[in-house]
Write a protein that binds this ligand. Structure first.
Ligand code: F1P
Length: 346
């Protein structure tokens, strides 16, 4: 029952339709909670899903590392919906996690890229991301495709639960249609990012900060840098900085901050000031035309304005490009990083 027709959106009449979920609309309406299980980059996409589903559909979501979930004794009920996210559809930990959920009678949905892979066969329904083959080991376009499906899923569940107004839904779906052109716009930052990458290439450590959905994006930015350039990097919710990581900030520490104009903008600005006061080097991802952050940061990368719900789809791109260019400059094999496998099947 996977959607082979792809997710369809109808901005004009304000309806979302995800082929592989239609049959589970009653389950989704009546579910007590959603548990998302995934590993690595897919887990970060799951966190974005949590923020969006809770925001729009007001349904509790837990996001679990499949590699941990499978070995503990988690509470799973028949009214739970368990969503497995996996680019390859073959990750052993994610498969074991949904096997466990199946035994407890939960409804299983999948978000996978590889058509006909094991996870779509193990789950009751779901959606393919149709991102095309990932050539490199590190997941990139699969991440933004997973986030797109999760965004649609959040709006779909909100629609069937009646937790979103028709006018808001229509405005978001209409804007969603413009995202591909905004992505193209964002890719034009590439030359500027090469400059920034050349400044950062010799760093030994790097911190990524974000708030709201900018937080999972920060985690994903840090993971990409670790995976392909072997620079030690950590992502934190910006507000957590004062609870520990701030001790790491000095002139040797680049801090990449998602500082776009959204509901947490003012707070992120004060985080940037805290970093600057300790001589940290700030690279800010900002909304087009924002001169205030530009003046504060050492480097800033402008991305087009979009609704907060779509921030991860745009803000992820400069972070992936930073990692890519740093890895190339350091002579790393970006397609086949050491010690990593495309799908971890053991
Ligand atoms: C999960 C994952 C990837 C990572 C690497 C190892 O894969 O952690 O996110 O980039 O390839 O595996 P998947 O379950 O999404 O296929």
């Amino acid at each position: 029952i996977y959607d082979s027709m792809r997710g369809r959106i109808y901005p004009l009449d304000g309806k979302v339709q995800l082929g592989g979920l239609v049959e589970y609309s009653e389950k989704l309406r009546n579910a007590n909670r959603i548990i998302i299980v995934a590993c690595g980059t897919s887990w970060h996409a799951g966190l974005v899903g949590e923020y969006l589903i809770e925001e729009f559909a007001r349904l509790p979501v837990e996001v679990e590392y499949a590699s941990e979930f499978r070995y503990r004794n988690p509470i799973i009920n028949e009214n739970d919906i368990v969503i497995a996210i996996s680019q390859s559809g073959e990750t052993a930990d994610t498969m074991a996690a949904i096997q466990l959920a199946k035994e407890k009678g939960a409804t299983l949905l999948g978000i996978c890229n590889v058509v006909g892979s094991s996870i779509p066969r193990l789950t009751h329904g779901g959606a393919y991301t149709h991102a095309g083959p990932e050539i490199g080991v590190a997941s990139t376009k699969a991440f933004t495709a997973q986030v797109t499906v999760l965004t649609l899923m959040a709006l779909y569940i909100a629609q069937i639960k009646g937790t979103i107004s028709q006018s808001k839904l229509i405005s978001l779906l209409t804007e969603l249609e413009t995202i591909p052109s905004l992505v193209e716009e964002t890719l034009k930052t590439n030359d500027q990012i090469i400059q920034i990458a050349s400044e950062l290439q010799d760093s030994r450590n790097c911190i990524f900060l974000g708030r709201g959905t900018g937080f999972p994006v920060a985690l994903e930015g840090a993971l990409k840098l670790k995976e392909i350039s072997y620079i030690h990097a950590e992502g934190y919710p910006a507000a957590e900085m004062k609870h520990g990581p701030i001790a790491l900030i000095d002139e040797e520490m680049p801090v990449i901050v998602i500082a776009t104009k959204n509901s947490s903008y003012e707070k992120v600005i004060s985080n940037i000031q805290e970093v600057k006061a300790r001589k940290g080097k700030v690279v800010a991802i900002v909304t087009e035309g924002d001169v205030d952050v530009k003046d504060m940061a050492d480097y800033s990368i402008e991305i087009p304005h979009a609704d907060e719900a779509f921030l991860p789809l745009l803000a992820t791109i400069p972070l992936q490009l930073i990692s890519y260019h740093i890895a190339v400059m350091r002579g790393c094999n970006v397609d086949q990083p050491r010690n990593l496998a495309k799908s971890v099947t053991v």
